[in-house]
Design a protein around this ligand. Sequence first.
Ligand code: FES
Length: 63
Amino acid sequence: MYVCLCNCVRDKDLRQAAESGVRSFAELQAMTRVATCCGQCEDFARQVFDEALDPGALAVQPA
Ligand code: FES
């Protein structure tokens, strides 16, 4: 799915960037241009990128 409509960046592009060694959002922006125009996608882009860096971080913890 598209995360950033301004720059046609997909969730898989963000995951691939993480898999290729990108570790900061600024570096991700330099590579993909995500969230560099209107900025509306930034929160979701960060969420997708953080999840790609640490897949277990957002998992629901048992009560
Ligand atoms: S939707 Fe990503 S910068 Fe506009």
